[in-house]
Design a protein around this ligand. Structure first.
Ligand SMILES: *Cc1c(COP(=O)(O)O)cnc(C)c1O
Length: 420
């Protein structure tokens, strides 16, 4: 085997990957759809959006889909839809993008973080159960970095107590959990479709549910133009103004592009799955690195593999730090970096910020106890920041290119001793 590039050897990746990593894939079809909206002056309407919602709902075999201008907004609406309000608690994982849950604080609720599973990087159902109190109103599960959360035990815990489950599907459009599409298992699913995500439409978010009450509350919250269609008498009397004081509808350039992207998504996602699974198959058995994906015959899949990561096991590499590991892989011509999202439970916004002038931190402004969680409170989550790293997110199945990238990782882990 060649000498490591970081020590002066040749790079494992020698050729330009071309459009291997380019995303989203935009063709004349997307351009035409966007231009048609511009030419009609229909950017602020809802006709294209309503069609997009119908197609999105059909894809998931759900009764309702409600499009939003961001994923953040769709998750906020989902929380309001579930009735989250003052003094309530919502359980979420700490390692995720903040918009999975931070919005709960401006509903007067607070956030309780549960630990995650070290293999799936999603909520650990046992710790969720430990974190439940009389005030728990909802569990926000995140199918993090594309990996489906273990939904069966979560639903069992939640249903036994009348707690709502919201699925943040922002990383996992099209992923399956035991054969079922994620986003359809909890009481409501919500997701970002901004341009970095695997279903990328510009800026935008989508909420899906079979529950009419959740749907109508979400519509009443930030979609004033739809309040006339609401049937629930409790909500109907407020028709005309949005209850939340928000304007959350989707820009129609996004819905137009979204319809085109959705039409190609299944096929593009399957190619990504083939490419990503091939990459990990090539690295099967390599010391120190593990695939972040469900077992092959589990019926679960990674969707479009958004922001793909690997699990790092430094004990198998003589304690080599993930930082040094990534540096060596980068020298081989592969883009990788250690870590994932900021841990929310250790961030000052969750601990110190008095956002609304309550005279105490917003996190505990409406709590009967101090729910803040210091260092050491989520041992697995905290440990995993030094045990994950990004891997290439291949958009095409091109075996030669994928092989060269996998070779870069294998080369580094088999010669890790040289890096001490
Ligand atoms: C991107 C993202 C969001 C927020 O979506 P936006 O469209 O950026 O507002 C929410 N949750 C997760 C897990 C995300 O990655």
């Amino acid at each position: 085997m060649d000498k490591l590039a970081i020590l002066g050897g040749p790079r494992a990746v020698k050729t330009d990957p071309g459009d291997m990593f380019k995303w989203p894939i935009i063709t004349g079809e997307d351009e035409e759809a966007a231009l048609a909206v511009l030419r009609r002056g229909a950017m602020s309407g809802t006709d294209v959006t309503v069609t997009f919602e119908k197609e999105y709902a059909e894809w998931h075999d759900m009764k309702y889909a409600l499009a939003h201008n961001t994923g953040t907004a769709s998750l906020h609406s989902a929380m309001f839809g579930c009735g989250i309000g003052v003094e309530d608690e919502i359980i979420c994982q700490s390692m995720t993008f903040w918009a999975s849950v931070l919005q709960a604080m401006n509903l007067g609720a607070t956030i309780v973080f549960a630990d995650m599973d070290a293999d799936t990087l999603t909520l650990d159902p046992e710790d969720v159960e430990r974190k439940i109190t009389d005030r728990t109103r909802a569990i926000m599960v995140v199918h993090y970095l594309g990996h489906p959360t273990d939904m069966d035990p979560i639903m069992e815990i939640a249903n036994a107590r009348g707690i709502k489950v919201i699925e943040d599907v922002s990383h996992a459009h099209g992923a399956l959990y035991k054969g079922r599409l994620v986003g359809t298992i909890g009481h409501v699913g919500a997701m970002s479709c901004m341009s970095g995500k695997s279903l990328a439409i510009g800026e935008g978010g989508m909420l899906i549910t079979d529950d009419k009450k959740i749907y109508e509350r979400a519509a009443a919250f930030g979609h004033y133009e739809r309040t006339g269609q609401i049937e629930d008498p409790e909500l109907k009397k407020f028709s005309g103004l949005p209850l939340g004081g928000f304007k959350y509808r989707m820009h129609q350039l996004s819905s137009a592009v979204g319809r085109v992207q959705l039409g190609h998504y299944q096929e593009r996602m399957e190619e990504i799955q083939k490419a990503m699974n091939y990459f990990w198959d090539l690295l099967e058995g390599a010391p120190g690195i593990r695939a972040h994906r469900p077992p092959k015959d589990s019926g679960s899949t990674m969707g479009g593999w958004y922001a793909a990561h690997g699990i790092y096991v430094p004990e198998e590499l003589d304690g080599l730090s993930v930082h040094k590991f990534c540096e060596a892989v980068r020298a081989e011509g592969v883009s990788t970096s250690p870590g994932a999202n900021l841990l929310m439970h250790l961030h000052p916004v969750l601990n110190d910020a008095d956002v609304y002038g309550d005279g105490k931190p917003t996190r505990i402004a409406h709590s009967d106890r101090d729910v803040r969680q210091g260092e050491g409170s989520l041992p697995v989550t905290e440990r995993m920041t030094e045990r994950v790293y990004t891997i290439p997110w291949f958009k095409h199945y091109r075996p030669e290119v994928i092989k060269a990238h996998a070779e870069a990782f294998r080369k580094v882990v088999t010669q890790a001793g040289e890096l001490k």
